[in-house]
Design a protein around this ligand. Sequence first.
Ligand SMILES: *Cc1c(COP(=O)(O)O)cnc(C)c1O
Length: 355
Amino acid sequence: MSRYFVSKYAALTPYTPGEQPRGRQYVKLNTNESPFPPSEGVIRAVEAEGHRLNLYSDPECFVLRGRLAARYGVEPDMVMLTNGSDDILNFAFMAFSDEQSPLFFPDITYGFYPVFASLNHIPYTEIPLTDDFSIDPADYAGVNGTVVIANPNAPTGKLLPLDVIEAIVRSNPDHVVIVDEAYIDFGGQSAVSLVPRYDNLLVTQTFSKSRSMAGARLGFCIGQASLIADLNTLRYSTNPYNVNLMTAAAGVAALEDDDYYMGNCRVIMDNRAWTTSALEALGFTVLPSKANFVFAKSDRIGGEELYLRLKEKGVLVRHFKLDRIKEYNRITIGTRAQMECLVDTVKEILKEAAV
Ligand SMILES: *Cc1c(COP(=O)(O)O)cnc(C)c1O
């Protein structure tokens, strides 16, 4: 830390992204990227925008916003786009929470929530998941603060049904409930359908996971126009051009190729079922996942040891050192060949550990 770094940030612990390895080629199952390439249409759209990079992008994302609104059955003024959905979470925390409306989220969830809370000096309460790593909706009823819930949750993969989300939203009418749907396309039911009825509901989604665009950075949120206007006040006070030309064009093309992406999601769901049974057959406990990853632990080898042994053998998964979940690993669901490689490697490691 330099002696110039201001004291209000001195205690900030930044988010730790999953490794992006250089050099060695891994079977990369650690950051929930899609194993499938962008569609041909997306690649063409990005190439076509290259010659216009001398111009600013459209801060209103007019075309893409219209297409997204149509895709999700809402009005364009109910949509905002950003540079990845992490951006929205930061804006939403800034806009809708403070000392009078502190944050509430689970103890086991997306690691960025406490970081954005700390960055913005917003007090927060981590509500423990139940023993089976579920969110108990009763814990969020009328908490008198801003609620943020990842649904499906990360890194557990567990999904709350829509009526439970609705009950939480209804029980906190004076505060915003943010539902982070980064993984909703892998088998969940989106809360977007509730937005017209609740002015305190904000749903965020991303093109990073289900639409093979993690590197393009495109996220969006859907809420009533009044909430979206507040978020735009903050976006236009930081960087109105946060969605670049190429990414906006890629987003439009991705929506045109929606069948390709939703088809890929179905393949991931099949591979998830296959991987879950294969790991269970090896004695693993695998939480029931509705995301593009599974969260699993073995009764024969510790979580960190398994992570390290897999890495030695060229398979990268994500391990978290948090006490409650340190025996688990989060394994991204890739192609069937990648998952077969994972399972074969796990078998090898368990055999070696048994000697
Ligand atoms: C991946 C992820 C995001 C955001 O990803 P972006 O790439 O910034 O869109 C948000 N929430 C959760 C729970 C995630 O796993």
